[in-house]
Design a binder for this molecule. Structure first.
Ligand SMILES: [Mg+2]
Length: 284
């Protein structure tokens, strides 16, 4: 989940000021955390509280109200501050940028033994549906969570009985992830970043940004490169970088200096959830 936070912070200054290049200083003084970070933290806390529908609603409303000006979309902001606990059929990319904690609570070893990954998908689905209950809103969250989980699985050297680990072959890991996501979610992941970049502009829908974010990961060589890829296509930069960063973390991990730098942009309440989450995942 820290991968999402890194992407959000790095991309924060480019959302309304797109740059179409990979050449930029990764962290600038004016970078800051935005709604993507706040809602990722809310999803982590919701899972630690039990991961039921009400836990997600409570945590999102709690953190949303603590950070009222983090940059929410209009309808989500209205929901946050209303008494409504009903979803509003959103297909915005908010469901995908906040979902990453859901992909870290499954045991890769268990999946290797059983082929079973339903926990990730179930939490991802619940986390999306409390607001983003449109089919595309749910798909965006689930595709992102599954991509993160599959990165943890393949890049982590896990495999089923009678199979061989493929973690020495990142190209093969990515080929399988791409094929799986295309088949399950109907996304077209065949375009390259060079093809996307020239005409891509702001699109805050799941279907108009999650595929691009996944491609930014598929074309990457390491964590930092993935974040640079995500920012380089323009569009909703902080959110695309958050989604790409969350997937890249599953594959490559995050270099320590980037972790430390990103955490330095957070305040105490957010940091404390992050620390609790680290212990929670460690103890699973
Ligand atoms: Mg944002």
């Amino acid at each position: 989940m820290l991968g999402a936070i890194v992407g959000d912070i790095v991309g924060s200054i480019y959302e309304w000021d797109n740059i179409k290049t990979k050449e930029f200083p990764l962290f600038q003084e004016s970078c800051h955390f935005t709604d993507d970070t706040v809602m990722t933290i809310a999803v982590a806390e919701a899972i630690m509280n039990g991961g039921k529908k009400d836990d997600f609603i409570n945590a999102m409303k709690k953190y949303g109200r603590m950070y009222p000006n983090a940059g929410y979309g209009g309808k989500f902001r209205k929901w946050l501050f209303s008494d409504s606990r009903e979803p509003y059929n959103s297909y915005g990319n908010g469901s995908a940028m906040r979902v990453s904690p859901c992909a870290w609570i499954i045991d890769c070893g268990f999946t290797a033994r059983t082929g079973f990954i339903s926990d990730a998908v179930e939490f991802a689905e619940t986390s999306a549906k409390v607001t983003h209950n449109h089919k595309e809103g749910v798909s965006g969250a689930m595709a992102t969570a599954e991509a993160i989980f599959l990165c943890r699985y393949y890049f982590g050297g896990y495999c089923g009985d009678y199979e061989k680990p493929i973690n020495d072959n990142p190209t093969e890991c990515k080929r399988r992830i791409k094929k799986y996501i295309e088949r399950e979610y109907g996304y077209d992941l065949s375009m390259t970043l060079d093809e996307i970049r020239p005409s891509y502009c702001f699109d805050s829908t799941c279907q108009g940004s999650v595929p691009q974010a996944i491609i930014a990961f598929l074309e990457s060589t390491d964590f930092e490169d993935a974040i640079r890829n995500a920012v380089s296509i323009g569009g909703d930069s902080d959110t695309i970088a958050a989604i790409t960063g969350s997937i890249a973390e599953g594959a490559y991990g995050i270099p320590n200096w980037i972790k430390e730098k990103a955490i330095s942009y957070l305040d105490e309440p957010l940091k404390s959830v992050l620390m609790r989450w680290k212990r929670f995942v460690h103890e699973l």
